[in-house]
Design a protein around this ligand. Structure first.
Ligand code: FEO
Length: 395
């Protein structure tokens, strides 16, 4: 049990999950995560902003008991995903007078995902306000941060934006506020890369809205709270910006060494020309690290051998991830090898339907790379360098 005080009558009552290893049974969590829930006590009413993952519902109830909460009038649900909404039924059971406050889309999603009676909802319009007496909550819709129903809450008297997933970081830390800025920056970037990058365009609009507001504190639903909102707003503005960095990311897998030789040659040649390059061996890499590298990179080159006449399944996985995360990458290509034949390049290229940039001619060779094959790898590196340097969107 641990209740952390933001300000008088405003508490963080959620739960840290230090030892959670995966999110969505997919995303590695090297630093665990937290499910932040905020209690705001007004002169007349009390509101709980979000709940916690169902696995931590007992912790939430214990935290509320610890500060002797006798009545909750409103449970504000910003987002129907269960890591924030999943304990709403438990809180409703403990506080039977509470209403679930949300927008109409989130209400529908909550009815789809949770066992909450329909008559327990109070539906709010965009920018509608709810008075707690001496405190006022304004609800602002922020759809497609990564789900379509999401809203945030602005506590007007204190200029606090409760942003739910937006600006969050999977980081279980006892620090309520950001202390280690570098650590939080990387965790927030990883979170953006894995969850929000496909929604870059809608996030740009939301950032503009927030820049027009007076915000002194941003309190997300994962990770530490920002007392310096510019720290995370500036970071997000850079991540969503159309400009890329002069960097090459190479997710690759190699079975008998041919593809690896080509990858190493490509890396060496790019390095000697002063280009930032990040190879990721897909047999061992953390996909979160790969996703983070995709946030800024201008170019992605996938490396794959041929297995069962197609790409290696790990290369298929990387291509699918690249396609689904929709990074702002300007150039893509493919290098690899085959034993006797196959349709590896066509299958990789066909899987990149969302990619809006230029696909450079792949280099796919038979067996061990010859001197000529290595010269072709150098030519690909030179082409990448030339394209990146002439591109106004690459800085
Ligand atoms: Fe933290 Fe989209 O849930």
């Amino acid at each position: 049990m641990a209740v952390r005080k933001l300000l008088d009558e405003i508490y963080e009552v959620g739960a840290l999950h230090y030892d959670r290893e995966l999110f969505d049974e997919l995303i590695p969590l090297p630093d665990g995560t937290s499910y932040n829930a905020y209690l705001i006590i007004g002169s007349e009413k009390t509101a709980l902003l979000d709940t916690v993952d169902p696995s931590k519902k007992t912790k939430l109830i214990q935290n509320l008991d610890r500060i002797n909460v006798k009545k909750i009038d409103y449970i504000v649900s910003h987002h129907a995903e269960q890591d924030h909404s999943g304990s709403i039924p438990a809180v409703l059971e403990r506080f039977p007078e509470a209403e679930v406050v949300t927008n109409s889309k989130c209400k529908k999603a909550l009815l789809d995902h949770l066992d909450v009676p329909e008559d327990r909802f109070k539906v709010m319009e965009n920018h509608e306000e709810l008075s707690l007496g001496n405190k006022t909550l304004e609800f602002i819709n922020m759809p497609w941060v990564h789900w379509p129903e999401t809203l945030v809450t602005y506590l007007k008297e204190k200029n606090i934006l409760f942003s739910c997933d937006f600006f969050g970081s999977h980081l279980a830390t006892s620090n309520l506020y950001v202390q280690d800025r570098r650590k939080v920056y990387l965790s927030a970037k990883r979170y953006y890369a894995e969850i929000m990058m496909p929604f870059r365009e809608s996030i740009k609009g939301h950032l503009n809205k927030i820049r027009d507001m007076e915000v002194d504190i941003i309190a997300p639903s994962h990770g530490p709270i920002y007392r310096d909102p510019d720290f995370i707003l500036d970071a997000y503005e850079e991540w969503v910006d159309d400009k890329t960095k002069e960097e090459v990311v190479i997710p690759y897998v190699s079975m008998h060494g041919s593809t690896e030789k080509m990858v190493n040659h490509l890396v060496d040649h790019l390095m000697e020309k002063g280009i930032s390059v990040s190879p990721f061996n897909l047999s061992t890499t953390d996909i979160g690290d790969l996703a983070m590298a995709l946030v800024d990179a201008s170019t992605v080159v996938i490396g794959s051998p041929t297995v069962l006449v197609g790409p290696h399944p790990k290369a298929v996985y990387a291509a699918h991830l690249f396609n689904s995360l929709r990074p702002k990458t300007r150039y893509a290509s493919l290098i690899g090898s085959y034993g006797w034949g196959g349709r590896m390049p066509e299958q990789i290229k066909d899987s990149l339907g969302n990619f809006q940039g230029e696909f450079l001619e792949p280099i796919v060779i038979k067996g061990l790379p010859s001197d000529k094959d290595m010269k072709d790898v150098e030519k690909l590196a030179d082409k990448i360098i030339d394209k990146q340097r002439k591109d106004d969107l690459v800085k």
